[in-house]
Each structure stands twice: as structure tokens, then as C-alpha cells.
Design a protein around this ligand. Structure first.
Ligand SMILES: Nc1ncnc2c1ncn2[C@@H]1O[C@H](COP(=O)(O)OP(=O)(O)OP(=O)(O)O)[C@@H](O)[C@H]1O
Ligand SMILES: [Mg+2]
Length: 231
């Protein structure tokens, strides 16, 4: 059983122009995100990386094939159960960090655990620990508008780790940052995935960042090709 497994996943979007054929983006993709293994997907803009990641996280549906999250086929779950499955097993980090603007850094990090029904104290203790580990001790009570881009991404990483997920799905997590901040966030993500023994599925344009993962795939012409396998 894998934290995430895609079996013969295809995805097309309906044509935007009337009378045109559907646009096939992913063609019978197989991908297993293994326990404790970091996997990167690289590929040109428009190749379907974000689409693949959304499908892997159950945020979008394939037109055919199956997606298993810790052994459960997403297609068999109601929307509510899917949210529950995601909340328990998956941490998401996106390019735009999507923090809740009206909540402090601490409250943002606590939110997935509050949703999961943990006590306020449990949530607070773990959130504080994560924020301290990521160097944000002095920034916990800041609102997103009072944080730098790099700090916001660190908050997003803490939030993704909050429920101790099996797997972190990250879509261009450093895409909006300058070089210095990007490399600090890269270091943190790779280090935390390692020490916390998380699986990581990372989508990035940055080949150096990708090469720090155990496995690297290229998404091209709707198919995945394995470029590196050090596991
Ligand atoms: N809802 C949609 N309807 C129609 N086409 C779509 C839709 N969403 C995405 N596409 C198309 O699917 C293709 C893949 O998009 P996707 O966002 O997955 O690419 P990407 O590899 O993540 O690109 P980038 O590196 O620029 O983020 C693109 O050509 C895009 O135009
Ligand atoms: Mg994308």
C-alpha cells in the first residue's frame, strides 16, 4: 500500500472551442509515491504537472484510471469522506500559499488539526513547535499581510505538516520566491520531509531542486519518464 498511487490515470479537458476534440493532458499515467521517498516531477509549462498533482490529491478527478490514497480509491468516497481522507493523510503546499488572511500564522498552522477535531491545546502545542522549528517563533502572531513571501511559505509548510500526514504534495512551492528565500524554503522542505519521514511529491520548474529528491520524473507528451531513481 502506498501513500498515493495512480493507476492508468488519464485526464482530458473538454474543448473550449465548439466542435473541437477534447484536450488530452495525461495518458494512462502510473505513479506510486512510496513511503518516505521524495519524488519530483519536472516538465514544461502546460505539460500537466499541476493537473497531475491535483488528481493525486483528490482535488480533481481523472476521466479514467484510479487514484488510491493510503489504499482507498478516491472515486469510492463522497466529497465529505474525501475531505476527511485528505485532512488525515495529505499535506498540501501551493505556489501561492493560500493562507487565510484573517488568521494569524499560528491560527493558520493550527487550522487543519482543529478541523480534524483535536483539542485547542494539542493544536497549539504542535503548531508552536513547528513554527519554532521553521524559525518563525517571533512571527507567530503576525497576519499573512505582515509576513514576507518566504515566511508565508514556511507557514504553509508548517500547516501542511500539522496533521502529521503520510505525504506532502507541493506545487512549485518556491515559484514565487527570490533565489535566497527559495533556497531556504527548499532546504527546509527537503530536511523536514527527511527527518519527519514523509513522502514528498514535488512539482517544480527548478531542476536543482528536483535533483535533491530521491526520484525524478519528466512529464512530457502526456506521459511520465523516470529520469532518476536513488531508492
Ligand atoms: N479547466 C481546464 N480546462 C481546459 N484546459 C485546461 C484546464 N486546466 C488546465 N488546462 C490545460 O491543461 C494543460 C496543463 O495545465 P497544467 O496547469 O497542469 O500545466 P503545468 O504543467 O502545471 O504548467 P505550469 O508549469 O505553467 O504551472 C494546459 O495546457 C492548460 O491549458
Ligand atoms: Mg502548474
Amino acid at each position: 500500500m502506498y501513500p498515493i498511487e495512480l493507476v492508468k490515470v488519464s485526464k482530458s479537458f473538454p474543448a473550449v472551442e465548439k466542435g473541437e476534440k477534447d484536450l488530452l493532458i495525461l495518458d494512462q499515467i502510473d505513479l506510486a509515491v512510496e513511503d518516505g521517498v521524495s519524488t519530483a516531477i519536472i516538465g514544461k509549462s502546460g505539460s500537466g504537472k499541476s493537473t497531475l498533482l491535483q488528481i493525486a490529491g483528490g482535488l480533481d478527478k481523472p476521466v479514467s484510471g484510479q487514484v488510491f490514497c493510503s489504499g482507498t480509491d478516491f472515486a469510492t468516497l463522497s466529497d465529505r469522506d474525501k475531505s476527511y481522507q485528505r485532512n488525515r493523510h495529505i499535506g498540501f503546499i501551493f505556489q501561492a500559499n493560500l493562507l487565510l488572511e484573517d488568521f494569524s500564522a499560528l491560527e493558520n498552522v493550527m487550522s487543519p488539526a482543529l478541523i480534524a477535531g483535536k483539542t485547542e491545546k494539542e493544536c497549539r502545542d504542535r503548531a508552536v513547535m513547528l513554527l519554532e522549528r521553521t524559525g518563525l517563533k517571533e512571527r507567530m502572531n503576525h497576519y499573512p499581510a505582515q509576513l514576507s513571501g518566504g515566511e508565508k511559505q514556511r507557514v504553509a509548510i508548517c500547516r501542511a505538516l500539522m496533521n502529521d500526514p503520510d505525504v506532502i504534495l507541493a506545487d512549485e512551492p518556491t515559484g514565487a520566491l527570490d533565489e535566497e528565500n527559495a533556497s531556504a524554503v527548499e532546504d527546509l522542505l527537503i530536511e523536514l520531509a527527511g527527518t519527519e519521514k514523509k513522502s514528498l511529491l514535488l512539482v517544480t520548474h527548478n531542476n536543482d531542486f528536483a535533483s535533491r529528491c530521491d526520484k525524478v520524473y519528466l512529464l512530457k507528451n502526456r506521459k511520465l519518464t523516470l529520469l532518476k531513481d536513488e531508492k
